[in-house]
Structure formats: C-alpha cells, structure tokens
Design a protein around this ligand. Structure first.
Ligand SMILES: [Mg+2]
Length: 287
C-alpha cells in the first residue's frame, strides 16, 4: 500500500481511506525551516525522507517571491529534496490564482522582484511600470529595490482606485547575514500612504495551506504546519485549527518572537521533529 502511495496515486476506496486515516500531512515552510539561502538546514533532508518513507505527505508552502514557482521546484530538486507537482504552494502562484478570480484585474503595478513580474506576466497579466494608464491592482511582493518613486506610483494607483494586494505577510526574511525586511514591511509603507490595508494572499492567510491540504485530501486533525515564523507559519496554522511546530533555525536565530499564538511544539530545527513527535504526539507519526 505504501508503495502505491509513493508512486503518486491518490488513495481511493475503503481500504485506502483507512490508510489515509493513519497518515499525517506535513506542510513545511522553506526559508529558515528547510534551508537558509542555499544551505539546507542540517537534518532537513533526512527528516523529509523519513516522513515520506513512513507514508506521510510532505508538502511545502513558501511566502518568498524572490524566485518563480518553477525556480523553487528546481531549487528543492537541486538540494536533493523531492517535490511533487501538487506539493509546493508559493505566494506568487497563489497571487496569480487570486487575481484570476477577480473579474477586473488585468493591468498591474508590481512592487516586487523580477520573478514575481515574470510569474504574473506568464499568467497573462499586463505589468506596467508607470501609472499613465489605469492600474487595476498594485501587487506588493519581496521588493528589494523598493524606492520612494515606487511608493509614489503605488500611492497614485491606489488613490485612483486600484486594489492593493500583498503576496504575503512576512515582516522579515532570514538570510545568512541576518533578517532582511520582507513583503509586509514594504506593504506597510504603501498602506500608510494610502490609508487602507492590503489583501494578504500568502501566510498567515490560509489559502496556500488549504490548497495543499485539498490536493492530498488531508484532514485537519492530522495536518501539521512546520515553520520558523510565529507571525505567519504558526499564526496561519492556528487560524485553520492545525497543529504547528515552531523551529528556531530561522528568524529566532536573529530575533526572538513572542509565542503568540502558541505552537504545538517548539524545536531547535526540523532535525528534531520525528523523535519529538514520537514522544509527544505519536498519533501523528504512525508506525
Ligand atoms: Mg520561513
């Protein structure tokens, strides 16, 4: 039975339902949880492989828009971390999906990295770099070239009626050198200028996690979110009523976070995940 699962066939029928009820779904954040820039967190690969060998679903949800969805798949593969086509949710791809549900969002102003623009243009949206024509939506992502001029353009577009969308709620992102300002930091400047709040697509909003859970038929009682951010990963899990594991291998290396909401478990890194769950939540690690 487990061999059937690993080929990618989704379980069907009574016997498979019984199998489904014994397995858990693990949704991992990437930056600070699985890797720090291009360095895998020690033990991450082994933990993911062991979970897969146990028949559990291993999925990934990243707020980072610095690379395209396809580039994140390639990055995980290069790190020898297998990822199935339904197994990765990214804030940029989720933003595309959200915009596609809006009847009137065709022309965009993007405050974000080239990869976000590439993702949006690849889905057929017109990305403009000025406000000479009406803008339907301003999309704020991980804009590491943010400037007063970009803020001015976003302010002009939103003042003229454009929606304001933030790809995610990350205040900062961990890198080897420390914490760098993230999407929410840039979005806050635009929000302040415009006097309104952005619609947030990625974590802590629940869309990416729900999409992943739906893809594998996951149950809330046996789904665990693992991440290094209380404000996005753990808060996102709590809002959906899911268990969560807070790892100290990312943001907490540089800055302590208040433990609100409280994670189910707090660990040094994912390397400690399986032994800790066997001890505290054996129901989530079926033999
Ligand atoms: Mg992270």
């Amino acid at each position: 039975m487990k061999g059937v699962r690993r080929t990618g066939t989704r379980p069907q029928g009574g016997l498979d339902r019984a199998y489904r009820e014994r397995m858990s779904t693990f949704i991992f954040d990437l930056d600070g949880t699985i890797y720090l820039e291009d360095d895998p967190i020690p033990g991450a690969r082994e933990t993911l492989a062991a979970l897969r060998a146990g028949g559990h679903d291993v999925l990934f949800a990243s707020n980072n828009t610095a690379l395209t969805h396809a580039a994140y798949e390639a990055k995980l593969t290069a790190l020898d971390i297998p990822v199935e086509s339904h197994g990765l949710a990214t804030a940029s791809r989720s933003t595309v999906t959200y915009l596609q549900t809006l009847a009137s969002a065709h022309t965009l102003l993007v405050l974000g990295p080239p990869a976000l623009t590439e993702e949006l243009e690849g889905a057929g949206f017109a990305v403009r770099h000025d406000t000479a024509r009406p803008i339907d939506a301003v999309v704020v992502g991980h804009d590491d070239a943010f400037s007063y001029e970009r803020l001015r353009l976003a302010h002009a577009a939103v003042s003229a009626g454009a929606r304001l969308i933030a790809t995610d709620g990350d205040r900062h992102v961990p890198r080897r050198a420390g914490l760098f300002p993230g999407t929410a930091s840039v979005a806050a400047a635009v929000e302040m200028a415009c006097g309104l709040s952005a619609t947030v697509i990625g974590k802590p909003a629940g869309g990416m996690i729900r999409t992943l859970m739906t893809a594998v038929g996951a149950q809330a009682a046996t789904t665990v979110v693992v991440g290094d951010s209380i404000a996005t990963d753990i808060a996102g899990a709590a809002a959906l009523g899911l268990s969560s594991v807070y790892v100290l291998s990312g943001i907490a290396r540089f800055q302590p976070e208040a433990l609100t909401p409280t994670p189910t478990l707090m660990l040094p890194s994912v390397a400690a995940l399986i032994p800790a769950l066997r001890h505290t939540r054996p129901d989530l690690i079926a033999p």
